[in-house]
Design a protein around this ligand. Structure first.
Ligand code: CUA
Length: 290
């Protein structure tokens, strides 16, 4: 049988295309590891999200020297957390699950993109080399607020990244003979210990104290200031730890003393103060003498 030369070329070309398509699909599913999420992977029923310790308080945690995990919950029409901060140059594995319907977790301008199916946990490991800010959005139609469903991914330089949480307890109102106790709690979520400085400003008094918080630990630091030194009126306070800040106002008022007549006899001079407390005069003199 004689096959015309052009016919032969067309047949050969078609064969090359077929082999090429099969090779592309094979490479995509085997070589790149692109798979549909399935029942054999991590499952989590939407009703169990709040009981699951990974997702009950979603966020970023450090799991190894240069390894982090980020747990994210998608729901109509938000992501929890809505701002995810990760360090550049580190491996971050995202675990994303849905509380209700199918969403997606798409980091705009990157190839980070997965469906988020209720009952399943989508997993992706990524590494961002450069700091930057990225939008996260949902590209699976999920309801009337679909177009508003967004979050933010912030990649910060590695040396600026921390998992520090700062909380301050301070009184709203004290009498002129009372002491103002500012109790600062610093939580260090990183594995390495945190060497930092706690700066407490009350009125025009500034107290600084060095503080070391071991990895995955919490430390408390109490600072007391005599209300009498500040005088009557409103005094703003600020507690700063690295780039974290808490602020508030304490009112020194004579009326408070009258109201709390039974507290008028509290020992003065810091007798009732715990060991961690700092006397205002000490660090002030030390800090400014240098
Ligand atoms: Cu969620 Cu669209």
């Amino acid at each position: 049988m004689n096959i015309h030369t052009y016919e032969r070329l067309w047949l050969a070309g078609a064969m090359v295309l077929i082999v090429g398509f099969v090779a592309t699909i094979t490479y995509g599913s085997v070589g790149l590891g692109i798979v549909m999420i399935g029942d054999d992977e991590d499952v989590l029923a939407p009703g169990e999200i709040d009981d699951d310790e990974r997702f009950a308080d979603p966020g970023v945690e450090q799991v190894g020297e240069n390894e982090y995990e980020a747990h994210v919950v998608a729901m109509t029409f938000i992501y929890q957390p809505d701002t995810i901060e990760i360090p550049a140059g580190n491996e971050v594995t995202f675990y994303v699950t849905s509380r209700d319907v199918i969403h997606s977790f798409t980091v705009v301008g990157t190839n980070v993109n997965t469906m988020v199916v209720p009952g399943e946990v989508s997993t992706m490991t990524v590494e961002f080399d450069e700091p930057g800010e990225y939008g996260i959005l949902c590209n699976e139609y999920c309801g009337s607020g679909h177009h508003d469903m967004e979050a933010e991914l912030v990649v910060v330089p590695e040396d600026e990244f921390d998992l520090t949480e700062l909380a301050v307890e301070a009184p709203d109102e004290v009498g002129p003979d009372d002491e103002i106790e500012l109790s600062t709690t610093v939580e260090n979520g990183l594995l390495d210990s945190l060497d930092t400085t706690v700066e407490v400003q009350v009125g025009d008094e500034t107290i600084t104290e060095d503080l070391t918080v071991d990895g995955e630990e919490t430390e408390e630091l109490s600072v007391t200031v005599d209300a009498g030194d500040l005088g009557e009126g409103d005094h703003d306070w600020t507690v700063t730890v690295d780039d974290h800040e808490e602020t508030g106002t304490v009112t020194v008022s004579d009326e408070t003393n009258d109201d709390d007549a039974n507290e008028a006899g509290t020992p003065a001079g810091g007798a009732a103060v715990t060991g961690a407390s700092v006397d205002v005069a000490g660090p002030m003199a030390g800090g400014e003498g240098a």
